[in-house]
Design a protein around this ligand. Structure first.
Ligand code: NOJ
Ligand code: CA
Length: 674
């Protein structure tokens, strides 16, 4: 099957190859001339700085690489070539938030060489977009010089212009990427994961620092150069031995990305990170790739009603799986996940060297029977590979595990890497994990299987190159509301993550909890939203695979399930309309396969009345709007289940008033009428 990848539009390239060793300063503008990159060559380093709409974002910041057993590649460089070009194209992802993505930028490539021995070569590519900047390092293969290098440090600086308000999670912590976001002055940040979101509301600036195309390198965190300052360094997550990354020439680093907008909500409308990833290989098989919804034996374990371990509370049984399949087959749900299906989950599985089998089912679960039953009912079983961070152990069984799933007709596999270090010593965000996860994605593709990964390396847009890499958790998800000893997420969490973690890519947050009353198992935990907000999350949190996370009996005969049934997972267009980080978010998306529109509106613990102009709808068309809204007495803490379903006819140009209660939300389906 050939990939549906078409480049349309204009591709304009003007290349200037100069031997202008005198040249020491360049100024490159975005196509709309609003983003301004300046680059200068000084004896000690190449520097860059960035402005948007006349406002400075970064002051002069150094670039370079430190290598092990060799001098740093930074100072004493002279120019060997300059290449400036404009690209204006659009491309069609296999699936995504948009059916078509515009990619329009001006590019500067500088070729540089050391003036002193060993006269190594380095090049820098900068792409200036209307909504930001991407740049990367390139090391060409150089005759007579080593081809395998060890990066000891990346010398990239981000010298921020002002003490922004920062939204961030700490790096180098045991819960990997699963933290409640902090909001502090930039100068109070020590070391943070990316996406790292900054704003200066008064000045009208929002910025997100991240990276694109992390293919075979360590992930970048941002470290404050000195206490209480605002200049940061790219800090690469090391291997256990301290080395940062092993590279082979010719080499291109991941792109360092700086997305820019006037308001934080507009950062959500950027495709800069995806644009900096490579298209898929020409002959990639996409026949089996299908966005959709799933359910599964999962939440009942997290709330303590069932267990992963075999025994009296065993969640994964043939009978229970068939109940899920029965419910799912009556709705628009494509797959059923069964956690604990395989042998090896006894006791505290996360605390020991793994004992899982990836081919042998646990007692009481007949995998052949269940997958056949699913097939007969027109859906699929979803696989589960929890590795408990035992990578070497898992890799011995990985190929067999995927091949069994392919035989059984399993279409997607949920991965898990619970643990504080991989193989007892490696960080989840180092090159070790990047390499392992690439193997997973490729092995899955060879078996026509889609991937949904938890606790994995952060997303940098590789879904463009590997369209079977559907979604990932890598966030503090719904599971924390189930059984976390810290009692769960705060009500503002889901109005922070779209502006931070969500800028990296799809989130398997697993929304859809309808039954808030599980305190007989977990007296201290709760889901910190209203029911209407649970529905709105299907729109505000993008994922091509979305879970309906609650138990089938909690959905049965529940009118609000109609929204989960109806909401698509693949989109023609998406637009984040209104929002403030940590306060609220309103997002609209149009179904990829129909003229229906969907809106999700969510608030933090504060009630909020929002006026929503319906400008996104087609003009001259009337729609039936089905609104799933907070009931008059709804409140996340003491009355989460109170909701109403209200219908009305609307047209573009009208406005709706959304009355969101504390911790509440609203989900709306717009169906065009003839
Ligand atoms: C952590 C995952 O995030 C969660 O979804 C899963 O249920 C457990 N690990 C067990 O694999
Ligand atoms: Ca997790």
């Amino acid at each position: 099957m050939r990939i549906k990848f078409i480049i349309v539009g204009l591709l304009l390239t003007m290349a200037i190859h100069a031997n202008a060793s005198e040249d020491k300063y360049w100024r490159i503008l975005s196509p709309d001339e609003q983003t301004e990159l300046e680059v200068k060559l000084e004896p000690d380093s190449l520097y860059y700085r960035l402005s948007s709409k006349g406002k400075r974002l970064l002051r002069w910041s150094k670039l370079g690489l430190a290598l092990k057993d060799a001098p740093p590649l930074q100072a004493n460089l002279h120019l060997t070539s300059t290449d400036i070009s404009i690209t204006d194209q659009s491309w069609q992802p296999v699936w995504g938030e948009h059916a078509s993505v515009a990619n329009h930028y001006q590019q500067l490539i500088l070729g540089l060489q050391e003036t002193t021995s060993p006269e190594r070569l380095i090049n820098y590519t900068f792409r200036v977009f209307n909504d930001g900047l991407g740049f990367r390092y390139g090391l060409p293969a150089n005759d007579g010089q080593p081809k395998q290098l060890t990066v000891a440090e990346e010398l990239t600086e981000f010298a921020f212009d002002r003490n922004f308000s920062a939204w961030w999670i700490p790096a180098y912590r045991d819960q990997r990427y699963e933290y409640q976001y902090l909001n502090s002055a930039l100068s109070s940040v020590d070391v943070a994961h990316t996406p790292f979101t900054l704003e200066d509301k008064q000045a009208g600036i929002a910025v997100a620092i991240h990276e694109a195309a992390l293919v075979d390198y360590a992930s970048m965190t941002l470290r404050n150069q000195s206490d209480n300052q605002i200049t940061f360094n790219a800090d690469l997550v090391p291997w256990a031995n301290g080395d940062k990354a092993y590279i082979r020439l010719p080499f291109n680093s991941p792109w360092r990305t700086i997305t820019v907008a006037e308001k934080a909500v507009d950062l959500l409308n950027s495709s800069l990170v995806l644009n900096l990833n490579e298209p898929p290989a020409e002959n990639v098989d996409i026949s089996y790739i299908k966005p959709g919804k799933y359910m599964g034996i999962w939440w009942e374990m997290h709330i303590g009603e069932k267990d992963w371990s075999p025994g009296p509370k065993q969640g994964a049984t043939t009978e229970r799986a068939m109940q899920y399949i029965d419910f799912a087959s009556q709705h628009d749900i494509d797959g059923v996940l069964v956690e604990g299906w395989n042998s090896g989950w006894e006791g505290n599985w996360w605390e020991r060297t793994p004992t899982f089998s990836f081919t042998e089912a646990t007692q009481g679960f007949d995998i052949e029977k269940v997958s056949q039953y699913a097939k007969d009912k027109g859906l699929r079983l979803i696989g589960h590979h929890e590795t408990a961070a035992g990578i070497s152990y898992y890799e011995q069984q990985m190929a067999e595990g995927f091949s069994l799933y392919q035989k059984l007709g399993v279409q997607s596999v949920k991965m898990g890497y619970v643990g504080t270090r991989l193989d007892g010593k490696e960080w989840h965000h180092g090159q070790f994990m990047v390499r392992h996860f690439a193997k997973v994605v490729k092995t899955a593709a060879a078996n026509q299987i889609m991937i949904n990964a938890h606790e994995t390396i952060k997303d940098t847009g590789l879904r463009r190159t590997y369209p079977n890499l559907m979604t990932r958790e890598s966030v503090r998800g719904m599971e924390y509301n189930g059984g976390s000893p810290d009692t769960g997420n705060l009500p503002n969490h889901t109005v922070i993550i779209p502006f931070t973690r969500g800028l990296a890519g799809p989130i398997d947050f697993t929304p859809g909890i309808f039954n808030f009353n599980y305190q007989k198992y977990r007296p201290h935990n709760r889901v910190p939203t209203t029911l209407a907000k649970q529905l709105a999350l299907y729109v505000t949190l993008y994922s091509p695979l979305q879970m309906a996370a609650d138990l089938p009996e909690n959905y049965a005969d529940h009118p609000a399930f109609a929204f989960i049934d109806a909401v698509p997972t693949d989109w023609q267009k998406s637009v984040a309309l209104q929002g403030n980080i940590g306060e609220f978010l309103v997002t609209a998306r149009q179904d990829k396969h129909s003229d229906r529109w969907y809106v999700g509106a969510t608030t933090n613990e504060e009630p909020r009345v929002i006026s929503l102009p319906l400008n996104f709808l087609e003009p001259d068309m009337t729609y039936r709007a089905i609104r799933y809204q907070d009931g008059s007495g709804a409140h996340w803490e003491n009355n989460p289940g109170d909701y109403d379903i209200v219908e009305q006819q609307v047209r573009a140009g009208q406005s709706l008033t959304l009355d969101l209660k504390a911790g509440g939300g609203q989900a709306i389906e717009f169906i065009p009428l003839q």
